[in-house]
Design a binder for this molecule. Structure first.
Ligand code: NOJ
Length: 746
């Protein structure tokens, strides 16, 4: 019986590949589904954590009974092979397992965290990096990654900002699609080897107060235009699966949210892939106060369209009973399993040996250069007073390298590095030793870790600083301070790091501050004490080499911020694409709070949308980042001042490199829709590109933007492009653009 099914499935796959007879495939899949027992159907909807050694036999028996459809958190190739062979050879229908893992920004070799990758504004490079990780992971037997995370967040307190691509839906969509393409290629198999998973659907990045798992309340208009946008793009690019989120959205937990899963994703967007819950989030419907029992939780989740439960027993324990009670139908089960089996088939899992041979023929190439390049392009130069960077090797007798993150192979890797190999890490100390030689380098850790309040090591650091010409101070946060459940209320440098920097500054020697962190930090207490700030984020395995590439001037910094940096936590949420409001702020009218006379009449100060004590500006705006050279933008020109909806706007400008370094400038194009039936942001990113220029070189840059790209969604998810006045502008960051207005007519 089992063998018969395997033949049929093999036949199905081969027919599908060779002739593309979709109707026939679908009929064959239908008849396979009809032949499956209810426990087998429910088994396919069951994603189970890999067992301990002691539980292995009972786990294998469950696979033999067809009760397990997927496994997560296993990276041992021999064990994966054992599970797969058991499923293929001993389960009732011989259906292979889907093997999921959090391959988020690397597998063995770790690339910069996702937020850093977004700072590269280089989707091609991000794609190449993800492809490397896919090859590494596929070799271990993994065939599904829980990536990309597409949550838009405007709250750096949220620990998961590290895994996100930042605040902007357009930039995040480009990065997310790059990763989907890397994992899946144009077809899942044989071109590519991992199924991707767009997560966490939806609006998880808007958790109240930036506290993980917290409540989310977002109006539909913002879901449509901000939070759905990268997910919509991932769905268009055939991402194999979606994951729901932990939080409740507008009163309904995402895992049982019919509006999100069934109505929006599956019906409105016509998404054909499958939807998996997050870890135990079906059970958590009870904690939310949304279900009284596991049975009710399972009922609500399947009714909302959730196809697979991750790490839980609501589906495996309750669906069969719900069916017997007539509360759910067999059709519902078959519909979910159909989606799951389709992905397994497209992944080539049924052609198991052939797939293994294909993977063996495609070993990962050496990825260190790629990881170094991405770390270089992700780094953002925030300050460079007196052009202290790049450092001139000839004028340095001694360099002091100081700080708790200057030589820590683990902590520079960032969050989600389950499989990361610390032996591949190059720390700043290793790279500096290589660059200037051990005899010129004075290294002091100064603090045991970034959170340490023990200042006893500062004296040794001062001693090193005293004997140096320049101090490079590497500070920030350890990996554990960002990521899931690792939100922070204070965003300054933790522990005694601020004190360390302020004490070192008293030596009167220049300080180059290097920050490794999983989020935007508030740097206002240290910024005045340092000459330069280079923001590396958590740069991954090759962070040290990338740092020396930049500090030595071998490479010119080019990264730009994918998220606004606040001056202080009280400004959060602060983001560039805000609304104008009825009382827009004009920063020029800001009256410093200390200067306000007593008993001033209430309305004497400008009644605008600002803070009395800090105004309205961020520390560093979205898109900001310096380089060692200076770029000049000419005023842009448009090819007309009036366009119809089907036209393309051409924006042309001259970009000039006026400095003495060659470099790459990330050119950013923004638009504004001045008046619409739903208010629109003051500006929205619509295009970006990297332009490389030699010293003294200038280039004419022409950007074509279809008018259709300038619309927005209403609450029902209908795309509108309303006639009226717009602008299109260009610049080095969102706060410094030059623009031209034009009209869109009917
Ligand atoms: C919980 C996280 O929210 C999710 O992003 C991750 O993929 C799963 N656990 C699996 O580890």
């Amino acid at each position: 019986m089992r063998f018969g099914w395997m033949v049929l499935v093999w036949g199905f796959v081969l027919t599908a590949c060779s002739s593309g007879e979709e109707g026939k495939q679908s009929r064959e899949l239908d008849s396979m589904l009809r032949s499956m027992s209810v426990p087998e159907l429910v088994g396919q909807m069951n994603l189970v954590n890999s067992p301990s050694k002691e539980d292995e036999e009972s786990f294998l028996n469950a696979i033999r009974r067809g009760e397990i459809g997927g496994v997560l958190n296993e990276n041992n190739p021999e064990r994966i092979e054992l599970f797969q062979r058991t499923a293929l050879n001993e389960s009732p229908k011989g259906i292979p397992l889907i093997i999921g893992r959090d391959v988020i920004h690397g597998f063995k070799l770790i690339f910069p965290i996702n937020l850093a990758q977004a700072a590269s504004w280089n989707p091609d490079l991000v794609q190449a990096a993800a492809a490397h990780s896919a090859r590494e992971a596929a070799r271990a037997g993994i065939n599904w990654t829980f990536s990309p995370m597409l949550d838009i967040t405007r709250d750096p307190r949220w620990g998961r900002v590290a895994e996100s691509f930042g605040e902007d839906p357009f930039l995040a969509a480009q990065m997310g699609v790059a990763m989907v393409k890397a994992y899946q290629g144009d077809s899942l198999y044989p071109e590519s080897l991992l199924a991707a998973c767009a997560k966490h659907f939806a609006a998880y990045g808007a958790v109240e107060g930036g506290r993980d798992y917290n409540t989310v309340a977002v109006p539909r208009i913002d879901l449509e235009n901000i939070h759905f946008r990268p997910f919509r793009e991932a769905a268009k690019h055939s991402v194999a699966s979606f994951m729901t989120a932990f939080h409740e959205l507008n009163g309904v937990p995402a895992t049982a949210n019919r509006y999100l899963i069934q109505e929006t994703l599956k019906e409105q967007w016509g998404y054909p892939g499958f939807v998996v819950s997050d870890w135990a989030s079906v059970h958590e419907l009870k904690n939310h106060g949304f279900a009284t029992s596991d049975a009710e939780a399972a009922h609500l989740a399947i009714g909302a369209g959730l196809d697979m439960e991750m790490s839980g027993s609501c589906y495996s324990g309750e669906l069969e009973k719900l069916l017997a009670e007539g509360k759910i139908s067999r059709n519902q089960l078959e519909a979910s399993v159909r989606r799951i089996l389709e992905v397994k088939m497209k992944l080539g899992l049924f052609q198991y040996d052939e797939r293994r041979a294909t993977i063996a023929q495609r070993p990962p190439r050496k990825g260190e250069d790629l990881a170094r390049e991405l770390a270089v392009q992700s780094a953002v130069l925030l300050k460079n007073k007196g052009q202290i960077l790049p450092l001139k090797l000839e004028s340095i007798q001694q360099l002091a390298l100081i700080g708790p993150l200057a030589d820590n192979r683990y902590e520079q890797l960032g969050t989600w590095i389950f499989d990361g190999d610390t032996l591949l890490t190059v720390t700043p100390k290793m790279a500096f030793t290589n660059w200037i030689g051990a005899n010129k380098l004075l290294y002091e850790k100064a603090l045991a870790n970034t959170r340490s309040a023990d200042t006893r090591g500062i004296n040794a650091a001062l001693e090193a600083g005293r004997h140096s010409d320049v101090m490079v101070v590497v500070v920030g946060e350890e990996s554990i301070l960002s990521g899931e459940a690792h939100s922070r209320a204070h965003l300054g440098l933790p522990g005694a790091q601020t004190k360390l920097i302020q004490n070192l500054a008293e030596l009167g020697k220049p300080i180059v501050l290097v920050v490794m962190a999983g989020r935007p930090l508030v740097l206002s207490e240290v910024e005045p004490f340092v000459e330069a700030i280079l923001y590396l984020w958590h740069p991954g395995s090759m962070g040290g080499s990338a740092l020396v590439d930049l500090i030595s001037g071998k490479r010119n910094p080019s990264g730009k911020l994918p998220i606004t940096f606040p001056q202080t936590e009280g400004q959060i949420p602060i983001y560039y694409a805000h609304k104008n409001t009825g009382r827009p702020v004009d920063e020029r009218n800001h009256v410093p709070m200390e200067t306000i006379p007593e008993r001033l009449f209430q309305t004497s100060l400008p009644n605008t949308n600002h803070y009395l004590d800090i105004g309205s500006l961020p520390a560093y705006p979205f898109g900001y980042g310096l380089s060692y050279t200076e770029y000049a933008y000419s005023e842009p020109h448009l090819n007309s001042d009036t366009f119809s909806r089907s036209d393309t706007v051409e924006l042309t400008f001259i970009l000039q490199n006026r400095g003495s370094f060659a470099g790459e400038e990330i050119v950013q194009v923004y638009f504004r829709d001045f008046v619409a039936s739903r208010t629109r942001p003051v500006k929205e990113l619509v295009h970006f590109e990297r332009v490389s220029l030699q010293s003294g070189e200038e280039k004419q840059v022409k950007v074509a933007i279809p008018v259709q790209a300038l619309g927005f969604y209403n609450e029902e998810g209908n795309y509108l492009l309303e006639p009226g006045e717009f602008y299109l502008g260009v610049g080095p960051n969102e706060a410094s653009i030059q623009y031209q207005t034009f009209h869109v007519i009917d």
